[in-house]
Design a protein around this ligand. Sequence first.
Ligand code: GLU
Length: 319
Amino acid sequence: RVLFRSVFADSIKEKLDYTNFKEKSQLVCVVYTMCGIVGVVGNTNATDILIQGLEKLEYRGYDSAGLFVLGGAENHLVKAVGRIAELSAKTAGVEGTTGIGHTRWATHGRPSDMNAHPHSSEDGKFAVVHNGIIENYMPLKEELIEKGYHFKSETDTEVVAHLLADMYDGDFVGTVRRMLARVDGAYALEIICADEPDKIICTKKENPLVIGLGKGENFVASDIPAIINYTRDTYILSDGELAIVTRDNVSVFDREGNPVDKEVFHVSWNAEAAEKGGYEHFMLKEIHDQPKAVRDTFGTHISEDGKTAIFDELNWTAD
Ligand code: GLU
């Protein structure tokens, strides 16, 4: 199954002309719910936890990977196109207690070291990983370039890092909220701010995000297999919720900033079953995943009354 998926995706990507938006949007439809996010605020070496977590998310498909680790002698940003093994080979001496990691399936910009996540702001204050698509990245990018920001990648995601730097007033969570008010699209996001090194802020809209509740360490991931070796107690975030994750605490807030009393979801499946989302085998899981995959794929392109498909970027006429 995984082989089929990756061969299929690679063959699409080989044929893909990234300057042709129509082809690109077809690719988006195929890969919308793929790729992965992990994060940890802990006491031991974050790098190992991130690498192992990313390996557990390999089944989701990816073309490159990266991580940002801090809390050690220095901060480390490491990226590699290709397999997790190639990323892992670059992490000798990368030590810290807090980190975010990502497997990317390119939607904006080709698979390359430079386009791999995390993306950081020019001042190095913010690092961001993102699954999904920032639909309005183009006007935001133009605005930020106008203001003097320099982009290193071709991704939609990089606007998030520069927007955060541009809006930052010393209040990390407030800045994230104001940034979110400016971006449209689908996302699972993890954000780190160098001023508050033992904290991850994460949020989601239409892409999955799970928080793992540990003892003296807490985790973030796109899916349960990435964290099941460390904890079985989780919060499953809903769209619009934002979590502040520190070593000893996880606080969840709704869209308006009100605290949410999350119910703990205890994972009783074994690690093997967790990879199949509690289903007996992958085919069953995929069958049950389909309604959500279709919703995630088309959700942002359907009008609020549910009657019209919107593909503004394609400049289609009524006929
Ligand atoms: N749209 C982002 C990119 O192309 C994220 C892709 C993903 O979900 O991995 O970099």
